[in-house]
Write a protein that binds this ligand. Sequence first.
Ligand code: C5P
Length: 406
Amino acid sequence: MFVVIGVSGGIAAYKAVQLVRLLVQHGHDVHVVPTGDALRFVGLPTWEAISRNPVTTSVHDDVPKVRHVALGQSADLVIVAPATANTLAKMAAGLADDLLGTTLLATTAPVVVAPAMHAEMWRHPATVANMAMLHERGVHVVGPDDGALTGGDRGPGRMSEPDAIVQAAYAVVGGGDLSGLRVVVSTGGTREPIDPVRFLGNRSSGKQGVAVAQAAAARGADVLLVTANVDSGVLAAASLPSSVRIETVTTTAQLQRAMTDAAPHHDVIVMAAAVADYRVAEVSDRKLTKEAAGAQERTLALVENPDILAGLVAARRDGQTIVGFAAETPGEGETLVARGRRKRARKGVDLLAVNEVGWSTGFESDDNAVIVIDAADDVVAEVRASKRAVADTLWDAVSAVRAPRR
Ligand code: C5P
């Protein structure tokens, strides 16, 4: 999507940097149009670096490209954040004395404004009348939020958080190709307690599944993310929109319960979590000690965990798409694809994303190499890229599988 972000001169301009970043992360072509005043708060190099596009503020820049109207004409969506009282007044009056003004007059794209100002200014009859006028013209408004304002006062006037603005904008423009799809994604690795301080676990960071959830949300899906022991830093780095529901589990039994409860309410299930195949037969209430073992060796009896994915496939409802992940260390004489095909058939999933893992590949990294196998045993995608790009490839494959049903 070609997105124009108008930034006017308020302190909340610093939060608009994150808004631009989110939209770029979601794969949009973002063009920032700051007012002259906005540049007193956040400088031009920041906008250019974050948006990855050139930024100008004057109608006299780039004249041969007719920039004063070209941006507005090209836009699929215009967001003004922060929208100050002054900019809202100019919009209501239809003034075009800067690049943002001309862009707004030249566009037929939906316009979303995120007002930010002091509470008195927001409540002033002039602003109230301007907002009524903009509302009548079909401009969409997100916020302002109620809370602490610059200067220590409180009230309505805080610019909405960037992820709320993104969600509001997606709601307006139809939100991408997965709009309306309900998806549940599991990620991380389950842990099985041995005693109060120890567990059996695995090295899964959860990054790939978090990226799968992030990509789905960016493309308009309604997302539930079930995380098993995912580091809070991994979640924070993904800056998931607040619309993504997160459920936290630790053990395989908890993950099974969460997925089984969620499955009937979702159209697509992605099992990206690394599930412990075994749990400890008898979990000790007290910390196990060397003395109590009485020998140099200790044996832990393990019992097999249920295969959550198999259960979900067995209970699959009509129209539901189920995706599994497999981390494989290929055996001698057998290719990754051959192993993947066998596993896909055994699991009965619609798609299996297979990645090769070894001691040093696959787990904590930000990149991944994956092949995706469908129910006809075809390799429908082969991708070596960032985990986010892998996630987008996976959603393309899910869309292709579901296409005949639409
Ligand atoms: O058989 P394997 O563990 O390689 O299968 C991987 C896939 O099966 C993953 O999607 C994983 O989430 C799922 N799985 C499961 N329950 C288990 C083991 C794996 O749902 N007990």
